[in-house]
Each structure stands twice: as C-alpha cells, then as structure tokens.
Ligand binder design. Structure first.
Ligand SMILES: Cc1cc2nc3c(=O)[nH]c(=O)nc-3n(C[C@H](O)[C@H](O)[C@H](O)COP(=O)(O)O)c2cc1C
Length: 322
C-alpha cells in the first residue's frame, strides 16, 4: 500500500509519520534513524545549544541519511532562535517546524526563504491562526499528549475531528498516538499524518537510559499519577496571573514564567537540573502513548509494526469489500 497523503508529499517520506521534537533528546543521530526508517525525523535545535553546533549537527545528520529531516525551533525554549533559524535556511533544511508560542515572524522568514513551514500548537484557534499566516501544515497536540499544555486544550479525538472540519492545510495529529490503531484513528479523524514523541522515546536508538525505557514498558495510562499529570490542563488562575504580567518584564523572563504554568507539573519544572543525570526521577515525562509500549524495538521495527498492523487491520475490515 502506498501511504501517500499531503503530509508525506510535503515531507517527502514513505509514511506520514513524524518524530516529535524532544528537548535534551532529539539529536541528529536519532532524527537520522527515524528518517532512515521511512518516517520523518526531527532534529530539535535546542539540543544543539549554539548555532555552530546546529550547523555541525545538520551536516552530521545529512551524512547519516540521504532522506529529508526537519528541524524544530521551539519558541521560548530554543536559544539564539534567530541565528538558529538562519542556520537551518543556510544549510538547506526544506521543512522547519516552529512550536508553542506565536511564531508568526519565524513563519514569515521561513516562507520568504521559499521553505516549508509547519507550526505545532494545542488548539484549533492557534492552528487556524498559523494557517492564515501561511503555514504549510499544522500539528495539533491533544490532551493525551505530553509537553506544553494549553488552558483550552481538548482530547485528541475532539481536537482533530473539529480541526478537520475547519482547516484547509493538512493536519498532523499528536497526543497519545503510538500504535497502528491510534495511527489509523487519527487518519480517520481527518489528519493526514501523525507525530509521536513518547512512542519514539521507547525505541533502542533513543538516547535516554534503559531504566527510563523500562519504566515506559511498565507504565499504564490508568496509573492515577500519570493520568492526572497528562490530562490535567494548566491551572486557570496561574495562567491568568502570568498573562497579566506580559509586557511587565523582559520577554525571555516572561516566557520562562509562562512555561512554568504551561508545562504545569513539578517533574518538568525540575527537569533542567535533572535531565542529564537522572532520567528515572522524571517519571511523568511520558504520555498516554505508553499504553502501547510493551517492549523496546528499534526505530525501524517500530515504524514497520505500525504500517504492517495498520494494513492488517484494514484488510480485516470486511465492510470495505461488501
Ligand atoms: C521529553 C520530551 C521533550 C519534549 N520537548 C519538546 C520540545 O522541545 N519542543 C516541542 O515542540 N515539543 C516537545 N515535546 C513534545 C513532543 O514533541 C510532542 O508534541 C508530544 O510528545 C506529543 O505527544 P505524545 O508524547 O503523546 O506523542 C517533548 C516531549 C517529550 C516527551
């Protein structure tokens, strides 16, 4: 079966499956392994830390794979963001992904340079805004996902079906996706591709500790701690307070304060100090996608399993032939 959608065409990949940006984790080697597997790898610019490192990492990634990969620039988290973006353009990155806060100026620069722009957001309102600004595709992350949470965020199923009824540019669904069923479900809801963060972390090539991966195998979505962490949106009072402070302090400082509210739980808040030494304590940095993690495959085995099982499921749908 050919998995041709507007997203696989935009990204020039075999399957409409994308790797999510992963701060501290999403390095060039990992991105290359995802692209090599027929999906679309993503190098997280913040991992490279400096523009020169990013340039080197992009070149290393190109040496490791002939297939396209994108670079994620997360507004508010990526250091030297303007220079990082210029490096992406100079190094010929065709698809650049922005994430989280208003990325209009970066999107404009990407489009002016004749490249493709994907924006990642959590709400239909912001997705429609990005579409209006010229984004070529929009990633929408539902509540079942992990990462930045929005006060108005909805479950993945509602978000994607709602967006599909209103958007013209292709939608890439995310949030709790991690197997053939959730992949097919997202396409049925109207997405033309899926993006996965947690599920790709549970692969052999992901540069996190084996102990953390084992935690993912053991984790269950009905664990009350995990469920609360993943599903609870940010505290509306804290959100209101931080929004009131906008303009009262330098933007960088305000973005950090906003991140504290939007990432909302203590594991993320502690993360910068703990990431490098102790993944085990970051027990909540996984989404409902752990539901489908029962072993640690290679990236290729994981991508192949999604495609093979999706095709099996569709072959078993008798009603398609009656
Ligand atoms: C450890 C970790 C780090 C992440 N870092 C980033 C980041 O720097 N920028 C970003 O846009 N998203 C980041 N994300 C979010 C993912 O790219 C993706 O949106 C999310 O994982 C999707 O939900 P899923 O985990 O259910 O697949 C991160 C997610 C995880 C688990």
């Amino acid at each position: 079966m050919k998995w041709k959608t507007r997203v696989s065409e935009l990204l020039d990949c075999e399957y409409p499956i994308l790797q999510g940006a992963l701060s501290r984790i999403g390095n060039w080697k990992f991105a290359a392994s995802v692209s090599e597997a027929g999906a679309h790898g993503c190098l997280t610019a913040a991992v490279s830390l400096t523009p020169q490192n990013l340039r080197d990492d992009i070149r290393r990634c190109k040496d490791a794979t002939d297939k396209p990969f994108s670079v994620n620039i997360t507004v508010g988290m990526c250091p030297h963001i303007d220079e990082m973006l210029e490096v992406c353009l100079e190094e010929g990155i065709e698809v650049i992904e922005t994430a989280v806060f208003s990325a209009d100026q970066y999107g404009k620069r990407i489009k002016e340079a004749g490249r493709k722009w994907i924006h990642k957001t959590a709400t239909l309102k912001h997705a429609l805004h990005a579409e209006k600004q010229g984004a070529d595709a929009v990633m929408l992350v539902g509540l079942e996902g992990i990462g930045f949470k929005n006060i108005s965020q909805l479950p993945t199923m509602t978000t994607i079906a709602w967006a599909a009824a209103h958007m013209k540019v292709p939608i890439i669904a995310a949030g709790g996706i991690g197997d053939a069923r959730t992949f097919l479900g997202a396409l049925a809801l109207g997405a033309e591709g899926v993006m996965m963060g947690t599920a790709f972390m549970a692969t052999q090539e992901c540069p996190i500790s084996d102990r953390f991966k084992e935690k993912m195998v053991q984790a269950s979505p009905d664990n009350p701690h995990l469920r609360t962490t993943v599903l609870a949106p940010p505290n509306p009072r804290e959100y209101e307070e931080v929004m009131k402070k906008r303009g009262e302090m330098p933007l960088e400082k305000w973005l950090t304060a906003l991140e504290r509210v939007m990432l909302k739980h203590d594991d993320w808040r502690l993360a910068p100090e703990m990431w490098n030494e102790d993944y085990d304590r970051l027990s909540s940095l996984m989404s409902f996608a752990v539901t489908y993690v029962d072993h640690i495959p290679t990236v290729k085995e994981f991508v192949d399993s999604i495609i093979e099982n999706a095709e099996k499921i569709m072959n078993n749908w008798q009603f398609l032939r009656e």
